[in-house]
Design a binder for this molecule. Sequence first.
Ligand code: HEM
Ligand code: SF4
Length: 555
Amino acid sequence: MYSYSEFDHAFIKERNKQFRAQVERRIDGSLTEDEFKPLRLMNGLYLQLHAYMLRVAIPYGTLNSGQMRQLALIAEKFDKGYGHFTTRQNIQFNWPKLRDVPDILDALAEVEMHAIQTSGNCVRNVTADHFAGAAADEIADPRPTAELLRQWSTDHPEFAFLGRKFKIAVTGSETDRAVTKAHDIGLRMVRNDAGEAGYEVIVGGGLGRTPMIGKVLRDFLPVEDLLPYVESILQIYNRLGRRDNKYKARIKITVHENGIETIRDLVEERFTIQRAAFGGYDQKLFAEIKKAFAAPAFISASLDGFLDAQNKDGAFRSWVDTNLSAHREADYSIVTISIKAHGQTPGDATADQMRVLADIAEEFGHNELRISHEQNVILPHVHKSHLPAIYARLKEAGLATANIGLISDIIACPGMDYCALATARSIPVAQQIATRFDELKLEHDIGALKIKISGCINACGHHHVGHIGILGLDRAGVENYQITLGGDGTETATIGERAGPGFAYDEIVPAIERLIYAYLDIRDSEEETFLQTYRRVGLEPFKLALYPEQQIAAE
Ligand code: HEM
Ligand code: SF4
């Protein structure tokens, strides 16, 4: 894992000191809220529906146990005892008091964390595959790339005031677990015919009010050209991106309006100039960063206890089947811990839960934790012999729900419960769907299914790329929920299709239920997933299930 340099420590300390003085001036009234706003946003502090909200970056979702414990302490001491993990690998504290925020930032700095560039029109937290460095299907570890980009983009003087926020995601595997095609820049690590590592560069993806799947700008970019190339993209965006209309300011619109070919020509032209300006220092830095991400010292031990527990304990077996993924070491597993027990708020973790996770990672997980964009926590490196002990500890803490990738593993944005922009609630809808399908005991039968919910068109909950997407809107003061179907956020990314008119708050769960029964009816085997069925049969049969009255009218 990357550790701060002396420079980083001094930089963060100085920045926190500045902000402390700004907060003092806001409290004593010498700064108005309007004057304070740009200053606080540079430090990740929003003003939400009920309180301030602090968004803390977890670069590429990677944490050690000490950092997780510090987040627990902050949650307990300065918030209401919990934090909210988000779809961009950040953690949000929803109830800090303004006067406490400088202390929170100091507490974060102690464990090499901060909230810089988690807001504003700059390059945001660089995200990456949460299985990085562990996945069996990995071509190359995306974390050094994400770290290099983080260092390059933090306080980059040229890109502090872009037309709009800018999001970069990196994946190093065949399977895209980082939603790269819905980011401003998506980088996919690939190898060329000569076996050299490089990137496929995707540009102009994004969700929100105008959802778009990113387009390939370059099939193969050699690893050493990364920074000059990304810098060229940002320069072109900074110059061409619209500033007259906030809703047309993202790079997806720049690409759409100018065409990918024009953007490619302009970027390549800039790139020849930029490449010459990079003197090679970035490559020295990259080599050092790579060393910091060396694999942990893997252990070897007997698997007998694990195999025995699998044979004897059905609940353990079910958790193993659902929550584990293939590690590149055969005797190791990647464990995804669900922080979405049925009926709980997706993404919320209490201070106690964070401490349990930190302890388990320290004892059994080479001291590493990850936060996924799907709002779960991952132990990337677990020897299989430790799984029964881990499971027992998780069970005790209420963290052993075997629902990863299933219907109750829902992404939900904070919606009207916290967010000032919300037009509807998201969290209770997610809770009710999870509870209902738990009651029906259908979850495992339904199999792989991604439901994603947003409380307004900004699409933080990624509803456009949910197999079932739910978008909460306000219709004349009443909550109304639109359903989209067939969305996909992976390497086969697709924007979901709108199914038809929306549903009232109390109609949405029954509508999802009809949808699921229709799927169970039409699937050609138990192996055919919801998305595969949808791709085979299209919208029509699902539409009939959602709007049965239309069928009657047609008969
Ligand atoms: C769980 C909490 C949140 C998460 C995970 C989150 C993450 C995201 C994501 C992934 C998007 C989609 C951007 C894209 O791909 O184009 C988005 C959009 C947006 N978010 Fe959030 N966000 C959260 C909370 C908030 C809050 C509290 C605010 C209010 C200040 C906010 C303001 C926005 C806005 C205005 C957009 C639209 C951006 C655009 O289309 O240009 N988000 N957010
Ligand atoms: S989708 Fe809308 S309601 Fe939900 S967090 Fe984002 S901005 Fe807020």
